[in-house]
Design a protein around this ligand. Structure first.
Ligand code: ZN
Length: 134
């Protein structure tokens, strides 16, 4: 699936829900393509007790369906004033989460724009357990 198609699909997931205590759910949408080619979707959830990025929300849906390997992932935020879409790089927690779900996910393609993407391993270069000090 092309980046543009994934970006548009993630953008359609955005449904902002403002809570009474100033929190906001659903303003980032994410789409994960599993190694089997299945599509999983998620949005961000923000509460005072816990927050969940859209990527991890989509990955949780993937794991619920019995899959752990990611082929491709994209997260999108839309400026509600201008309507412009922004592809968000995954935060550090999501990067490490993807790696820990399955080591093969280091080869997952992270979409960073319409024509830009790269493997997760390039976003977390120092991920391996370190050698003991001499
Ligand atoms: Zn994140």
């Amino acid at each position: 699936m092309e980046n543009k198609e994934l970006i548009n699909r993630a953008a359609k997931l955005i449904r902002r829900h403002h809570t009474g205590d100033g929190r906001l759910h659903g303003d980032v949408g994410a789409v994960v393509v599993s190694s089997n080619g299945q599509i999983y979707e998620g949005v961000c959830v923000d509460t005072a007790s816990w927050g969940l990025c859209a990527e991890r929300s989509a990955i949780a849906a993937m794991i619920t369906s019995g899959e752990c390997r990611i082929r491709k992932v994209v997260a999108v935020w839309q400026n509600d004033k201008t309507g412009e879409l922004h592809v968000l790089p995954p935060c550090g927690v999501c990067r490490e989460f993807m790696r820990q779900i399955d080591g093969e996910n280091l080869d997952a393609e992270i979409v960073l724009g319409l024509a830009t993407s790269g493997p997760l391993r390039e976003l977390i270069p120092e991920h391996a357990w370190p050698e003991p000090l001499a």
